[in-house]
Write a protein that binds this ligand. Sequence first.
Ligand code: CP
Length: 311
Amino acid sequence: MRHVTESQQFTRQLLQRLFQDADRMHEALGSSSGRRELTKLHENEVLFTIFYEPSTRTRLSFETAGSRLGMKIVSTESAAQFSSAIKGETLEDTFRVLCALGPDVIALRHKETGAAARAISVSSVPVINAGDGTGQHPTQALLDLYTIQREKGKVDGLTIAIGGDLAHGRTARSLAYLLGKFTGVSVVFISPSVCRIGDDIKAYLDRHGVRFSETEDLFPAASECDVLYWTRVQKERMSAELYEAIADRYVINADTAGKMRDDMIIMHPLPRVHEISVEVDTDPRAAYFRQVANGLVIRMALLHWILSEGA
Ligand code: CP
C-alpha cells in the first residue's frame, strides 16, 4: 500500500516519474479531449479528505485533482469541530470507521505532529499526509520541488535560501528533506535565532552531503540565491509575545526584491500574511501563484501513482 507520510520516502526515480506524469496531466488539462481522457483514469474510485486544521490550497487542490481524475470526493473540513472527534473519538477509531466505508485513498490534515503515522498504523487504505502539526507537508514539498524544476530547469547545483519561521513551518522542513536527494545543492536557512530549523533536518542534510548554513540576515543570502523560499510566521503555533517579537522581522518588498538576481525566483507555500508585500506579486520572479497551479497536477500525478499500485 502506498502511504505518503514524509518527504524522505521519495526516491529520485519516483520524483522523476511524478514530474513526468504531472507534465502529462498539465498537457491533458489544456484540451477538452485531454480532460475527458483524464476523468476515465479513476472514475470508480473514491477520495476522502479529512482536515482537522484549516486549509484553502491543499484540500481544494486534492479535491480538484481527484475530480479531474474522475474520482468521487467525500470531504470533511473543520473535522476537529464537525466530526466525532469533538465527542472524544480517537483518530485511530475514526480511521477504522473511514476504512470500513471503503474509500480508495484518504488525505489527512491534523494539528498534531505524527497524526498521519498514527492513522497509517490502523489504516487499510492508502493515507496521504496533507500536513501534520509542525511535522511535515510532503505534498507541498513535491509541488515546491516540481516548481523549482519547471522554473529553473534543474535542482542539482542550485543555491536555495529558505527563510522565515523555520522552527514551526512544516513546508520548509519537508522541502529541506527533499533537497537532500539532490547533488551540489547549497541551502541557506534564514530565520530569527528563536525560530531556527530543527537539528533533525541539519543532521539529515549532513548525512546526505548537502552544504548548508544558517543566518539571521536576509542579505547577502537573498541576493546570491537561485531560489528564495519564504514562509509565514506560524502565529497559531507560538505565544503572542513571540509572535509580536518576530512577526515583522523580515518583509520581502519591491526594495528587497530589487537587490536580488534577475534570474532567481521567489517562492512561498502560501498563505502569505505580510512577509511578502503585494507589490512583489507582479514581479515575474514571483512564482508563488504558479506553485499553486503546479500543486494541482503534481497531486493528480501522486493520486494516479497511489491508485496504480504495481505500475
Ligand atoms: N500551503 C498550504 O498548505 O496551504 P493551505 O494551508 O491553505 O492548505
